[in-house]
Design a protein around this ligand. Structure first.
Ligand code: GLY
Length: 364
């Protein structure tokens, strides 16, 4: 299943706007064929980060061969791409290029690029098609699947956005070959999260050979497919996060507070890793899980180089950060927690003492 250069998988996302996530290699022709088959599509606007110019060149050739006129627009890297200014530049470009209702936006890049491209497609002419082509591990296993789109404003991250499901998602495993090791390690946090909330086989793979789990010619393709399969199942059932989808936020309540405290200089995956350690320690204190399961978190996360401790020197700041989480209800901090691997529950409004004890446990 995980031979280099041969892995292929297609995962269906069901619901009102069904689509597929295709995982494989050399996918430019498949992306172009998909865009070319969208009814009435004549133009494809490829929104991509500067560093992906060569990748966008290859995709442009394939799209043109499929008979589409290509509009290219570069966006700033990472969160700098998710601003109103950057969105405005995209809308201006679509306007200049005469992009119509039946044309298609292609989001090529990391999670920020796919979030922005989805938002641009959702808002242009009240919604046109978007094809997502994630190029980072984090975007492959999380951001590009599930239809969440948005930009950041002064009020906070992702506060402006909407659900807009893609027409298709293409995960080209060849993109993994040039990713920095740090980015693969950080993206692995979301895969490990998926293992804890829904797929014990993921955890077994990390336990059997953590190094192979970081390699594109090792277990990584299978881990991506497993993570996408879980996400597809969850968002098929609950696109708008009215229930089940919340489980994808395991480790994120404390993780977001860490990102805030670190002024977003920490990679999201690293913050989620310590967020999982925090909620595991909290769950232990709430009597939900055993110390063995807490240690399993520590062992697996540590085995791939993810952080398992965090000391900000100021718990009050983290507490304030957690109280700002948009998943909270009625003024209570809410955590997705486990009662066992694959069995999720919630902790609502834990005492300040429990929170501080969990924090103390991860500072050592
Ligand atoms: N990143 C979590 C979600 O898509 O719901």
């Amino acid at each position: 299943m995980s031979t280099a250069g041969t892995f292929e998988s297609t995962i269906a996302v069901t619901g009102p706007s069904p689509y597929t996530v295709r995982i494989g290699h050399n996918m430019d022709d498949a992306i172009a064929a998909c865009a070319g088959q969208l009814p009435g599509a004549r133009k494809a606007a490829v929104l991509h980060q500067e560093a992906l110019g060569d990748v966008a060149d290859g995709l442009q050739r394939a799209l043109e061969t499929a008979g589409l006129e290509v509009v290219r627009h570069t966006i700033p890297d990472a969160e700098a791409g998710k601003t109103l200014t950057s969105a405005g530049a995209c809308w201006d470009e679509l306007g200049r290029s005469g992009m119509g209702r039946r044309d298609v936006v292609i989001g090529l890049g990391g999670g920020a690029a796919t979030d922005l491209a989805g938002f641009i497609a959702a808002t242009w002419m009240r919604g046109i098609a978007v094809i997502q082509v994630p190029t980072t591990l984090l975007a492959m296993v999380d951001a590009a699947v599930g239809g969440k789109t948005g930009i950041n404003t002064a009020a906070g991250k992702n506060l402006v956005g909407c659900f807009h499901e893609p027409a298709a998602v293409f995960i080209d495993l060849d993109r993994l070959l040039t990713l920095p090791a740090d980015e693969i390690i950080a993206g692995s946090a979301e895969i490990i999260k998926t293992g804890f909330i829904a797929d014990p086989r993921i955890l077994e793979l990390y336990e059997s050979d953590p190094r192979a789990c970081l390699r594109p010619d090792g277990h990584l393709p299978e881990l991506i497919a497993r993570s996408v399969a879980v996400k597809a199942r969850v968002v098929s059932e609950d696109l708008q996060e009215s229930g089940l989808r919340e489980i994808l936020n395991y480790g994120h309540t404390f993780g977001h507070a860490v990102e805030l405290r670190e002024n977003f200089a920490w990679r999201h995956g690293r913050a989620v890793a310590v967020g999982m350690m925090f909620v595991a320690e909290l769950s232990l204190r709430e009597g939900l899980i055993t110390g063995d399961l807490v240690e399993r978190h520590r062992r697996i996360l540590g085995s791939v180089g993810l952080p398992t401790t965090y000391d900000s020197g100021c718990f009050e700041d983290l507490y304030a950060g957690m109280t700002r989480d948009k998943k909270n209800r009625d003024g209570h901090i809410r955590f997705v927690a486990l009662t066992d691997v694959g069995r999720t529950t919630r902790i609502e409004g834990p005492s300040a003492e429990s929170l501080e004890a969990a924090y103390t446990a991860i500072t050592v």
